[in-house]
Design a protein around this ligand. Structure first.
Ligand code: HEC
Ligand code: HEC
Length: 287
C-alpha cells in the first residue's frame, strides 16, 4: 500500500501516512534538545567503552582497573593509620584512655570493629540479646567491667576452649544429674525469686533458702550478689541472661546453660583488641 504523506488539516502537523478506518497517525517528531542529548549519550558511551575496561577481555586504553584502585586506596589508608595503630598496639588501655587523641581514634575504630565482630551476638550498640548474650552497655558485669577485666575477656574468650586463660566455670546440673529433686528445685527457685521480692510461696522460699545456702552460695553469694571470680551472675537484680520467670529459673537450675564466647587474641590485631576494650568500656558501664 503506497504511503501518502499529507498534512493534518486541524493541527497542521505531517501525518505518517498510516491510516486505520479513516484515522490517520500524526508524525510528531522528538524535540531537538532530546534527540541531540540522546546522540551525545551514545557518543559518550562509545568513548567510555574504549577508555575503560567495559567488555570481557577489554582492558581499556587507560589501564585503570577498579579492583587495583581499591587495593591502592586500602594500602594508602593503612599506611596513613600505621603510626597510630603502632601506638595503639604498644599502649595499655589505661594509657589510651588518658591520651585524648588515642582515645578518640580507639573509640571510632573500636565502633567499626565491634560492628564487624561482636554485634552479631551483643547487638549493634552492645545492648545484648535474649538467650544469654549480655548487654555490654550497662554496669552489670558477669566477669568484670574494668579495662583489665574487659580486655582479658575479649582476648581469651569464655568457655570456648581456645585459650588456657579463658573465663571458665560451669554451674552444676542440679536436675539433670540428680543433685536435687524436682521439689527441691522448685523451693530453691522460689528462694531465688524472693531475692527480688517476687516469691509467692513463703514456706517454699524458706525451705529453698536452706538449699541455697548449701548449694548455691559458693558461686552466687549469700544474698545473690554474684561472684565475678566464677562468672556467676547477680541473682538479686533485674538483669537476667536466660529469663526472669520462675519457669526460666527452674529450667536453669535443672539443666544449666553456659554461655560461650570466642577468644579474639590471634584472630584480631592486638591494636584492634585494645580499641575494642576502650570502646566497650566507654559504652556506659566501664569501671
Ligand atoms: C558468638 C557470640 C559472641 C560473639 C561474636 C562475641 N561475644 Fe562477647 N559474649 C558472648 C556471650 C555468650 C557472653 C556471656 C558469657 C557468659 O555467660 O559468661 C559474652 C560476654 C562478653 C563480655 C563479658 C561481659 C561481662 O558482663 O563480664 C565481654 C566484655 C564481651 N563479651 C565482649 C565481646 C567483644 C568485644 C566481642 C567482639 C570482639 C564479642 N564479645 C563477641 C558471646 C559473644
Ligand atoms: C559452680 C558455680 C555455681 C553454682 C554452685 C551455682 N551456679 Fe548458678 N550460675 C553459675 C554460672 C557460671 C552462671 C552463668 C552461666 C552463664 O553465664 O551462661 C549461673 C547462672 C545462674 C542462673 C541464671 C541467671 C541469669 O541471669 O539468667 C540462675 C537462676 C542460677 N545460676 C541459679 C543457681 C542456683 C539456684 C544455684 C544453687 C542451686 C546455683 N545457681 C548454683 C554458677 C553456679
Amino acid at each position: 500500500m503506497p504511503t501518502k504523506i499529507e498534512k493534518d488539516s486541524l493541527t497542521g502537523t505531517d501525518t505518517t501516512g498510516h491510516e486505520w478506518d479513516g484515522l490517520r497517525e500524526l508524525n510528531t517528531p522528538l524535540p531537538k534538545w532530546w534527540l541531540y542529548t540522546f546522540y551525545a549519550c551514545i557518543a559518550f558511551g562509545v568513548v567510555w567503552m574504549v577508555i575503560y575496561p567495559s567488555l570481557p577481555g577489554w582492558k581499556g586504553t587507560s589501564g585503570w582497573v577498579a579492583r587495583e584502585a581499591v587495593v591502592a586506596d586500602v594500602a594508602a589508608a593503612q599506611a596513613r593509620n600505621a603510626p597510630m595503630m603502632a601506638r595503639l598496639r604498644e599502649a595499655t588501655p589505661a594509657q589510651i584512655i588518658a591520651d585524648p587523641e588515642l582515645r578518640a581514634f580507639a573509640i571510632a575504630g573500636g565502633r567499626g570493629a565491634f560492628a564487624n565482630n561482636c554485634a552479631s551476638c551483643h547487638g549493634a550498640g552492645g545492648q545484648g540479646a535474649v538467650g544469654g548474650f549480655p548487654s555490654l552497655a550497662d554496669d552489670d558485669w558477669i566477669w568484670g567491667g574494668s579495662l583489665e577485666a574487659i580486655q582479658h575477656t575479649i582476648r581469651h574468650g569464655i568457655r570456648a576452649n581456645e585459650s588456657d586463660d579463658q573465663r571458665q566455670s560451669i554451674m552444676p546440673r542440679f536436675g539433670a544429674d540428680g543433685l536435687l529433686t524436682r521439689a527441691q528445685i522448685d523451693d530453691v527457685a522460689e528462694h531465688v525469686l524472693s531475692l527480688t521480692n517476687r516469691a509467692t510461696d513463703q514456706a517454699a522460699a524458706t525451705r529453698g533458702a536452706a538449699i541455697y545456702a548449701e548449694q548455691c552460695v559458693a558461686c552466687h553469694g549469700d544474698r545473690g550478689e554474684g561472684n565475678r571470680e566464677v562468672g556467676a551472675p547477680r541473682l538479686a537484680d533485674q538483669v537476667w541472661l536466660y529469663g526472669s520467670s520462675k519457669r526460666d529459673i527452674v529450667a536453669m537450675i535443672s539443666n544449666p546453660r553456659a554461655g560461650v564466647m570466642p577468644a579474639w587474641q590471634g584472630r584480631l590485631d592486638p591494636a584492634i583488641v585494645n580499641m575494642l576494650t576502650v570502646y566497650v568500656h566507654s559504652l556506659g558501664g566501664g569501671e
